[in-house]
Design a protein around this ligand. Structure first.
Ligand code: NOJ
Length: 547
C-alpha cells in the first residue's frame, strides 16, 4: 500500500504520557506536560509524535485498559488539551499519532459492564464468552501475561476471553457492531486532527472461534499457543474494512503492532497492495538480539534488521525502525554500555537514524536513560511483572525473580523522564507515581542541553542530517546493504543512490575492532579522532563518498 510522502520524511518519537512531564504537580505526567515540552521536541528535531494511551482508564495496564475510547482521563487533561496539543504541534510541523487500542477494553468500560450483566444483553456479543469445563476455563489457552486466557465472571457463570490481564476483556471483532463502533472511534480522533495511529495488539483481532484446546505442550495445564489468536486470516478482512471505511479518507498513517513471530510474509499480508489494510507494521525481532552474557549479538542483530529491510525494499514497502519501546528494556541497557555511556548512546543514534525505514526514538533514549535500579520487588509495578511474581513466588527466590524482571521487565520503559538534576528529576514537584531512576543527577535533559557534545545534541545532529541535509534523500530512500556482515563486533551498512554512498560503521562491543575497508570522508563520529582500520569500543562513524 502506498504511504503518504510525509511519512518517509519523518522521524518518530514515542511519548509515554504519564511519565513524560507533570504540568499540574500531581505526580503524574499529563497532556499539558507534553504541550510544555513541544519546544524541546522541536529543538530535538523529531516531527512525528506517537502518544501512548491517555484515555480514561483504571490503570491496570498503564492505560491500555481503556474505559472510554473517545475521551481523556481526567488525571491527564481534557479533550480541549488534546485539541490544543494537536494544533500547537501542527504549528511546529510536528505530526501526531495516537495509540488505537483495538484488542480489548477495560472491564470497567460501559460495554463490558453491560455485556457481563446477562447472556441476552445486546452487548453480550461485544466480547468473547464461553462456558467453563466443569470448574475449569473453556480451554487450555494461555495469556500473554501468564495464566489462563480466560477469566470467570460470576454474574452469568461464564468465562470471558482476555489474552492480557484479567481486567482487559477482549473485544469480539467477529461482531459487526464491534467493527462499526471501533471504526467510529478511529474516525472521531482523525476528525479531531490526529495524523494516524499506532494500532495496539493488532495481530490478535482474529481468533480460532472453535475454542478447541491447543495441542501444544502444557505448563500447569496451560498451553501458550499464540497461533490461536495471532495473525489469523479473518483479521485482514477486518482491517481492510477499516481501511475502506475510515483510513482511506484521510492523509494518515497506520502502524500496526505485530509482534511475536510475525515474519515478512505475514507483514505483507497487512501492508497489502491489492487488499489494503494498514501502512506499516512494528515487529519485535530486533529487540532481543543478545548473547548469553547480555552483550549484543551483533551478527544476529544485523541479520534481523537486514532481513526486514531487504524484504521490505523488495516488496516496495516502508517499515518502522526502533531499538526498544515502552514494553522493553531501555536501549542504553540493552545495546549500549554505561562504561561507554556517551559513545554508545551516540552510536545508537547513528545506527538507527541511518537505517532504511521510519525511525522511532523512545522518550529518554536521546539522553541515554537506563533500566531501573530498583532493589525491591514492590517497586516493580507493571502488571506483567506483578503476575510473574505471583506465579513464581513459590518456585524462585526474590533475587531470582528480580533478576528475571531486570532483564526483560516492562518497568524500565515506564519510568519518569529525567529532565534535570532537581528533586524527582525535574519531572514533578511531587513524589511521582513511579519512582524515578536514581541516576537522574548524572543523566538528564538539562545537563545534555548545556553540553554541545552530549548524546542529546548528537541525536539532534543526526536527525538534521536525515531530514534536512543534502544527504536526506539517500538516507530516506537509498539502497541498503550490509558491509562486514559476518563481523562479530561491527554493525556496518551502506546507503546508496545516484548521488552518494553513505557508509555507517559502528563497533557495538567493548573492545577494539579491526576491519578492512577503505575509509571515506567522515561526516559524523562519536570519538574525537578515528584511526583507519580500527574502531574503538562503541566507536561509530558515518562516512560519505560523492558519486
Ligand atoms: C501492547 C502494548 O504495547 C502493551 O503495553 C500492552 O500491555 C498490550 N499491547 C495490551 O494492550
Amino acid at each position: 500500500m502506498k504511504i503518504h510522502d510525509w511519512v518517509k520524511k519523518s522521524v518518530g518519537y514515542e511519548i509515554y504520557p504519564r511519565s513524560f512531564y507533570d504540568s499540574n504537580q500531581d505526580g503524574m505526567g499529563d497532556i499539558q506536560g507534553i504541550i510544555s515540552k513541544l519546544d524541546y521536541l522541536e529543538y530535538l528535531g523529531v516531527n512525528l509524535l506517537w502518544i501512548g494511551p491517555f484515555y480514561p482508564s483504571p490503570l491496570d495496564d498503564n492505560g491500555y485498559d481503556v474505559s472510554e475510547f473517545c475521551d481523556v482521563d481526567p488525571s491527564l487533561g481534557t479533550l480541549e488539551d488534546i485539541k490544543e496539543l494537536i494544533q500547537l504541534a501542527h504549528q511546529k510541523s510536528i505530526r501526531i499519532i495516537f495509540d488505537y487500542v483495538m484488542n480489548q477494553t477495560s472491564d470497567e468500560h460501559p460495554w463490558f459492564i453491560e455485556s457481563k450483566s446477562s447472556t441476552n444483553n445486546p452487548k453480550r456479543e461485544y466480547y468473547l464468552w464461553a462456558k467453563g469445563k466443569g470448574k475449569n476455563p473453556p480451554n487450555n489457552w494461555g495469556s500473554f501475561f501468564g495464566g489462563s486466557a480466560w477469566n470467570y465472571s460470576q454474574e452469568t457463570d461464564e468465562y470471558y476471553m482476555k489474552i492480557f490481564s484479567n481486567k482487559m476483556p477482549d473485544l469480539n471483532w467477529s461482531s459487526k457492531n464491534v467493527q462499526n463502533e471501533m471504526a467510529a472511534v478511529a474516525k472521531f480522533w482523525l476528525d479531531l486532527g490526529v495524523d494516524g495511529f499506532r494500532m495496539d495488539a493488532i495481530a490478535h483481532l482474529g481468533r480460532d472461534m472453535s475454542f478447541k484446546d491447543s495441542t501444544l505442550k502444557e505448563e500447569n495445564g496451560i498451553a501458550y499457543d499464540w497461533s490461536k489468536f495471532s495473525n489469523r486470516e479473518v483479521l485482514y478482512t477486518y482491517l481492510n474494512n477499516l481501511h475502506n471505511q475510515v483510513f482511506s479518507k484521510y492523509s494518515c498513517v497506520t502502524i500496526g503492532e505485530v509482534g511475536g513471530g510475525a515474519k515478512l510474509d505475514s507483514a505483507l499480508r497487512y501492508v497489502n497492495q491489492e487488499k489494503p489494510a494498514i501502512d506499516m507494521v512494528f515487529n519485535f525481532d530486533s529487540v532481543w538480539c543478545l548473547n548469553d552474557d547480555g552483550s549484543t549479538n551483533v551478527v544476529e542483530l544485523k541479520k534481523t534488521i537486514n532481513y526486514w529491510i531487504t524484504g521490505s525494499r523488495k516488496a516496495g514497502i516502508y517499515l518502522p525502525q526502533y531499538w526498544t519501546n515502552h514494553d522493553h528494556p531501555r536501549a542504553m541497557s540493552q545495546y549500549g554500555n554505561l562504561e561507554y555511556f556517551k559513545e554508545s548512546g551516540k552510536l545508537l543514534a547513528l545506527v538507527l537514524l541511518g537505517l532504511y525505514g521510519l525511525p522511532f526514538i523512545y522518550n529518554g533514549e536521546e539522553i541515554g536513560m537506563t533500566n531501573v535500579d530498583y532493589t525491591q520487588l514492590s517497586d516493580f509495578k507493571d502488571v506483567s511483572s506483578q503476575n510473574y511474581f505471583k506465579m513464581n513466588q513459590n518456585k524462585q527466590s526474590e533475587q531470582e525473580m528480580m533478576e528475571h524482571i531486570r532483564k526483560s521487565g516492562r518497568d524500565h520503559g515506564h519510568l519518569p523522564m529525567q529532565w534535570s538534576d532537581e528533586k524527582y528529576a525535574g519531572f514533578s514537584n511531587k513524589s511521582p507515581y513511579l519512582k524515578v531512576n536514581g541516576n537522574y543527577k548524572e543523566i538528564n535533559v538539562q545537563q545534555q542541553l548545556n553540553d554541545s557534545d552530549s548524546i542529546l545534541n548528537f541525536y539532534k545532529q543526526m536527525i538534521e542530517l536525515r531530514l534536512k541535509s543534502q544527504y536526506s534523500k539517500t538516507l530516506i530512500d537509498g539502497d541498503f546493504k550490509l558491509v562486514l556482515a559476518r563481523h562479530k563486533q561491527i554493525f556496518g551498512y551502506i546507503r546508496e543512490d545516484d548521488t552518494f554512498i553513505i557508509t555507517v560503521l559502528a563497533n557495538m562491543s567493548n573492545s577494539k575492532a579491526n576491519y578492512r575497508l577503505t575509509d571515506k570522508e567522515i561526516l559524523l563520529q562519536n570519538y574525537e579522532a578515528h584511526q583507519k582500520g580500527v574502531l574503538q569500543p562503541y566507536e561509530a562513524l558515518l562516512m560519505v563518498e560523492v558519486k
